[in-house]
Design a protein around this ligand. Sequence first.
Ligand code: FES
Ligand SMILES: [Fe+2]
Length: 449
Amino acid sequence: MTALDRLTVPYGVDVPDRIRKERYYDPDFYAMEAELLWPRVWQMACRLEEIPNARDCVEYQILDQSVIVLRDDDMGVRAFQNTCRHRGVRLLEGRGTCETGFTCPFHGWCYGIDGVNTFISRPGTFTEHNAQPGDVDLVPVRCETWGGCAWINLDAEAPPLRRCIEPFATIMDAWRLESMRAEWWYSFRIPANWKLAEEAFMEQYHVLETHPQLRIPGRYPPRNGAFDPQVFIESELHYLRTMNEGMAGMVHASDVALAEQQQDIELPADPALARSIWEEHLNDKVVEWHRGQGHVVPDLNELEASGMNEPMGYLFPHFFVLPMYSSASSYRFRPLGPEETLMEIWSLTRFAEGEEREQLPVPEPWSCDDPRVPPIPTQDFSNLPRQQKGLHGRGFEYMRLSEQIEGHISNYHRLIDGYLAGLPHDRLVDALPAINVNPLERGIVDIGL
Ligand code: FES
Ligand SMILES: [Fe+2]
């Protein structure tokens, strides 16, 4: 970004490895995000299994905006602003099926599933300019599908979805993300700014301290000690079980069971070779088992060979996927206020095509210290309220980032500054590929703004 652009952004990131605290609570900064960031970006509006049948519809809310996302008769997906053109009543709350379109509960104006106004009660009482055909239709919202989800963008000028989601999309296509379905879906209210909440998941630096159960001896050989393949296998199994229990998924129970069946495999005494043989073998077993069940699953060893076996992908500004073997966790974040965030987690896995499944209920948000939250996110959440409060400390001015391993936090903040400076889409879209990546262990990079 040029110096001139920077001047227009309050609390902008002038020193890349320092993030000013006001960005996480200042009401004016939050208002700028609401005006200049959120209405211009592609957002994950729903998983497609929420609208499995023609005319199923779901409401997506972001800040004070509400969008109807709806499955049309050709099984395409389209979206409209959720506002009656008469006097502004929201037409849809939650989700449902709109067999005959939408009828406004106030004065009964009707809209077809194409958004076209089909009925005005006592139309002769309106002047012509207030009841013009076309002008009383629902306002369309940009909507596209990808990765098993519907995406919306409130900006008619925004580039198409695919231009805004690389290289994340290519990697997740290789993972066959679109063939995963949710096994469960939870949501949480976190008393912290949306960026602070996301940043708890953008680096690995916290793992040793925050998740001590993931410090598993034997997974990596001691420098001078002898390598024992059996100890290695046991520690790998322990790790997989701990991840499965900690996330209530992600490493799926069926993958853990497959790993347990492989524990008698002969491994060489060379640690690096032993690890790669173990990984390759387990990958093959997972793929073989899932394909035997009729699931679409990528060849995990091919993913590894092509450098796409990433444990996490971030999609600006609010979506994460964390694939592990057959399955994945997925996160979405939305601001509820300067210091409050709604976070959702979906636990995704493979299902056979056509397998009948009950639709998951829309989750009631839990407080982030609710005992039902799985153990690993509980640990992540435990820091966030304390961090949000700590930021207000008078002697604290800015976060100091490790430029080598917490760099993604700086990178995406500098992209946010690009939006807040009102840069045109063609400049922003060129910065996105540096951001839509695996954020873990990433350094500060030039994002071209
Ligand atoms: S506000 Fe919708 S019909 Fe009056
Ligand atoms: Fe964590």
